[in-house]
Write a protein that binds this ligand. Structure first.
Ligand code: GCB
Length: 593
């Protein structure tokens, strides 16, 4: 499935704006056929946005279950004879969609796109009604997982990840027209051989039996640099300008379906950054050069819009990344909007691309602090069915993001239980799924402190070790000397595995404006001293090839005694004001290659 695009043969219409919206706490709407008529009792709701914080109403913010979105759209009259597609960039966490009275698609998973061919239902020039039933519940068979417990006052949604369960239509919805014979998929794999770049391409076409495929590669000035014919092939680019971190260069690959007379019947444009990625010993190489990741674990999270995509916030967040000297981030803890990936491609920012597999670890909510006593991996909790959903989430992420030069590493989970036989059994096949989907990029997962070196049974499958560690925060709290000693010992043990290590999380909650002369936890001075301590540990270990602070900005979480108006480990506040640590990081990262 390709993202909708305007080309010489294609047209799009974004359905963003205000939709009718209604909660359905009793899941009554499906049987009652709410899709058959205008939603009654509806309020207006913005798309894209999380619905949770838009209404001044706890029933909306804390809603569990079904919600309905609906709008009427007029099909452009010029689309007669075209194939018409309805495309959702995401619906969190699952959705069923109707066009008029007809169910056209369902999709599981909150962060990847889905689409349906609605040509038979769409009459050019006339209106149609689009209705989406979106369900925000998490179960042991969803990614991320959760469980609904019945309490005396109603259902409670339990989950083990540390960010608020924002939901709704977070990204654009599109109506799109393509010719009846169309390009359905494109895959590019790039290489470098001295001054020559290579692009191996594979295309899939549909309804195009009598058509041929032609590809044209153009440079950033629009000059043709290579062409080929055939559904798959190879292009050489002599005198190539490579895509590199901080120095992005994008070519444009136009894929055309052509008839015998040479007429172009469909045209799709794929931007291409020619670069290589490779793990060699403890080094992470981009274009054959050792790369050091400087940056953050981030969140799609803003006041009011929650996880809704906004171009203004996108631009501002990337400006702050540039200001601070970051060259990379992890899409913790789910696939981000495709606008983010395109922007990273254009601006030379390197991404670790993560599946929404977060919170597969009931040990993290354990002890007296809210543990529900569930085993993580068991027939009644996270099981084979979950693994199928997880595998599908990996396939969909790779299918969506495979052509982005900014993506250099897949993360197939964040902090799962990884020190048990059940974990080993669960994850082994998922690494195979990721490698089968994309044999060209390294694959890893993010290891949790509860599964230290020697105890972790999943890191054996990873190409790169990604570690989240909170020495000096969750352990050795306030004792940075003890933290440094313990952290050095653990990192030295991991370095012995001979793989590159990226520290994908280290951080300290910090109340912006709280100061202390001797660094005390929660103060701005402590966050700075904590980061300094970590940097001494990293700088002393050759195998460390990256540092990504947790987190770029403060973010919303569920309420709890560990959180003060959300998670405060941001280097920026939620509204993107710098804490002292921002200036300290800027000094380090701007000086560090
Ligand atoms: C972690 C998680 C992250 C949390 C963070 C924290 O290890 O990966 O999602 O927000 O710790 O601040 O506790």
């Amino acid at each position: 499935m390709l993202r909708p695009q305007d080309t010489a043969t294609r047209e799009t219409k974004r359905l963003d704006g205000l939709w009718s919206f209604r909660l359905d706490p009793d899941s009554a709407g499906r049987d009652a056929g709410w899709f058959r008529q205008p939603l009654t009792g509806a309020r207006e709701m913005a798309v894209p946005a999380s619905f949770n914080d838009l209404a001044a109403d706890a029933a909306v913010r804390d809603h569990i279950g079904d919600v309905w979105y609906q709008r009427v759209v007029r099909v452009p009259k010029g689309w007669a004879g075209e194939r018409i597609v309805l495309h959702f960039e995401s619906a969190t966490h699952r959705a069923t969609v109707w066009v008029n009275d007809t169910e056209v698609m369902s999709h599981e998973g909150g962060y990847t796109p889905f689409a349906a061919d609605i040509t038979g239902l769409a009459v050019p020039g006339q209106e149609l009604r689009v209705t989406a039933l979106v369900d925000n519940t998490l179960s042991f068979q969803s990614i991320p997982p959760g469980v609904i417990e019945q309490t005396p006052t109603g259902p409670a949604q339990i989950y083990w990840h540390d960010f608020f369960n924002f939901a709704g239509l977070h990204r654009s919805v599109w109506l799109a027209a393509t010719p009846p014979a169309y390009v359905d998929d494109v895959t590019v794999v790039t290489g470098l051989a001295g001054r020559t770049g290579t692009v191996d391409y594979t295309t899939v076409a549909a309804g195009a039996e009598s058509l041929g495929t032609r590809v044209v590669l153009r440079d950033a000035d629009g000059a043709e640099v290579a062409t080929a014919t055939g559904a798959a092939g190879h292009l050489d680019v002599p005198g190539v300008t490579a895509w590199a971190p901080g120095a992005p260069y994008l070519y444009d690959l136009e894929v055309q379906l052509v008839d015998e007379a040479g007429g172009v019947r469909d045209s799709y444009h794929q931007s291409v950054g020619i670069r290589t990625v490779e793990v060699q010993g403890t080094q992470f190489l981009i274009n054959g050069e050792p790369f050091y990741f400087k940056g953050f674990g981030m969140h799609e999270d803003h006041a009011t819009i929650g996880k809704g995509h906004s171009d203004a916030h996108l631009v501002h967040d990337f400006e702050l990344l540039h200001w601070i000297g970051a060259n990379s981030f992890r899409t913790s803890h789910y696939p981000y909007s495709e606008e983010v990936l395109d922007y990273a491609d254009r601006h030379g920012v390197v991404l670790i691309d993560e599946v929404a597999a977060v919170g597969l670890n009931m040990g993290l909510g354990g002890g007296i602090f809210g543990g529900q006593g569930y085993p993580t991996f068991s027939p009644g909790t996270i099981n084979d069915a979950t693994r199928q959903v997880h595998a599908q989430a990996i396939r969909e992420l790779v299918a969506r993001d495979k052509n982005h030069p900014s993506v250099v590493l897949w993360s197939i989970a964040n902090e799962p239980e990884s020190d048990t036989a059940g974990a080993e059994e669960y994850f082994r096949p998922l690494f195979d799924v990721a490698r089968a989907a994309d044999p060209t990029r390294p694959v890893g997962f993010v290891n949790v402190m509860l599964a230290p070196h020697g105890a972790c049974r999943v890191s054996q499958f990873a190409d790169v070790l990604m570690l989240n560690r909170y020495y000096g925060w969750y352990v050795n709290t306030g004792d940075l000397a003890g933290a440094e000693e313990a952290w050095t010992r653990e990192i030295t043990a991991w370095a012995g595995d001979g793989k590159p290590i990226i520290i994908t999380e280290y951080g300290a909650d910090t109340m912006s404006g709280l100061h202390s002369l001797t660094p005390q936890p929660w103060s701005e001075e402590y966050q700075v001293a904590y980061l300094d301590m970590n940097h001494r540990v990293f700088d002393a270990c050759d195998a460390v090839v990256g540092e990504q602070v947790w987190n770029f900005a403060d973010f919303a979480t569920k309420s709890g005694i560990m959180r003060v108006g959300g998670n405060k480990k941001g280097v920026f506040t939620r509204d993107r004001e710098p804490k002292s640590a921002a200036f300290a990081l800027r000094r380090r990262w701007r000086a560090k290659a």
